[in-house]
Write a protein that binds this ligand. Structure first.
Ligand code: PLP
Length: 436
């Protein structure tokens, strides 16, 4: 079998260029799940790449088999088989990793048991005394992990407004070992200029690892590696899987030496994704485009509805978003998470509790629509004083939009707003915000 795992690829042993059968469009593309780039030939568009996989299964199974096995028999006493123990590697996981590398435009991806496990693996690159520069509107779990590292490992963490390049520049130094970015930030939906910050970080310290949490966008909408990031990670629990039926984390890199360094803690600790969850994530990722397209167009309509009803809405799909141009200079869409303020925490609570289709739940990226109050839920691990310092409104409501019929979603929200006393509805059914 060839190194690519594809018996039809030829010329793979003597260093000659591999050739692949031409596809229907005449492209000389490598077989999936190998990354399509940087090989020659027109790359398939992402909608095709998401669903197109080719394996080397002996029965040509259309769905990649789940290798539910902890061990693999070896043909000799000295081992040497491609797989020996699932903590170190498993064929279902490998297939997923190669498929995701292609989708994330990366040379290598690694899949682990959760988004936080991915960040845990990445931060194991740090050493005591190292400095980390990161945002002030981070996912609560990320904040918690960084706090743990600063109190137990002597890592110095600078939280700054990463939407202000000057403020980032002020704290960058040769001691900055890692820059950790999220864009859009969550739940305030602030946009971070990945390219400018990555360049400044590498100038301050050429070996600084610029790491971007791309969970809010997914590879469908943004590829931070293309803007100078060294490592991209995502919670696969969100858009990549799409159904809130698994936990997973994905790490993507272009530098293969860095990939090997990141593989070490995974192999050592055993946080690699299980065969069953690898299979489930592989299935989920195939529908990423259809789900995200629907979620995004629903989110746009809902953001416009709330804005026209008089609320302060944070969504990068709205022209009123201060960083609309910056966001769209990097991303191919605005995503499906938005937040809005009511001006009154109790009123926000009543809205959240009155909604029916919108489930009160943490997380996002699921086919179902979710509603939450971040300060009480996903970001409750950030203490109240820090939340205030970071200008996080306690009354903020976050909406994570699903694939349901958008008119049903708006009707349910309108009814919840009326029941909570947040808006009046006139004879034409137009909602207008109650003056406070
Ligand atoms: N990053 C972001 C932006 C998140 O919202 C989350 C979870 O909500 C995570 C990372 C962590 O992912 P997981 O819950 O899969 O550990």
């Amino acid at each position: 079998m060839s190194a690519s795992g594809n018996p039809t690829a030829s010329g793979s042993t003597s260093g000659e260029k591999k050739t692949f059968p031409l596809d229907v469009s005449g492209n000389d593309l490598p077989p999936s799940p190998a990354p399509s780039s940087p090989h020659p030939g027109r790359r398939y568009n992402i909608a095709t790449e998401l669903v197109f996989t080719e394996g080397n299964d002996q029965y040509n199974a259309s769905s990649v088999p789940i290798y539910q096995s902890a061990t693999f028999k070896q043909s000799s006493g000295s081992g040497g088989g491609e797989y020996d123990y699932t903590r170190s590697g498993n064929p279902t996981r490998t297939h997923l990793e190669r498929h995701l590398a292609k989708i994330m435009s990366a040379q290598r991806t690694l899949v682990v048991s959760s988004g936080m496990a991915a960040l845990d693996v990445i931060t194991r690159l740090l050493r005591p005394g190292n400095e980390v520069v990161t945002g002030d509107d981070l996912y609560g779990g990320t904040n918690r992990l960084l706090k743990y590292l600063s109190t137990t490992l002597d890592i110095i963490v600078h939280h700054v407004d990463t939407t202000d390049n000057k403020k980032v520049q002020e704290v960058l130094s040769p001691k900055t070992a890692m820059v950790l970015l999220e864009t859009p930030t969550n739940p305030l939906m602030k946009i971070v200029d990945i390219g400018t910050i990555a360049a400044a970080a590498h100038e301050a310290n050429p070996s600084c690892i610029v790491s971007v949490d791309n969970t809010m966008m997914s590879p469908l909408l943004l590829n931070p590696l293309d803007f100078g990031a060294d490592v991209v990670y995502e919670s696969g629990t969100k858009y990549l899987s799409g159904h809130h039926d698994l936990m997973a984390g994905v790490i993507a890199v272009n530098d293969l030496t860095l990939g090997d360094r990141l593989y070490q803690p995974i192999n050592t600790s055993g946080c690699g994704l299980s065969p069953f969850d690898s299979w489930l994530l592989l299935r989920g990722v195939k529908t990423l485009k259809v789900r995200m397209d629907q979620q995004q167009s629903n989110a746009q309509r809902i953001a416009e509805f709330l804005e026209s009803s008089g609320f302060k809405v944070r969504y990068p799909g709205l022209r009123s978003h201060k960083q609309y141009d910056l966001h769209h200079s990097m991303a191919r869409g605005a995503g499906a998470v938005l937040s809005f303020e009511t001006g009154n925490t109790e009123c926000s609570e009543r809205i959240v509790e009155s909604a029916k289709i919108w489930a009160i739940s943490v997380s996002f990226g699921c086919v179902n629509s979710l509603i939450s109050m971040p300060c009480r839920m996903s970001h409750a691990s950030i203490d109240a004083k820090t939340r205030e310092e970071r200008d996080m409104p306690e009354d903020l409501i976050r909406l994570c939009v699903g694939i349901e019929d958008v008119d049903d979603l708006i009707d349910d929200l309108r009814r919840a707003l009326v029941e909570a006393g947040a808006v009046n509805v006139n004879m034409e059914g137009i909602a207008a915000r109650e003056s406070k």
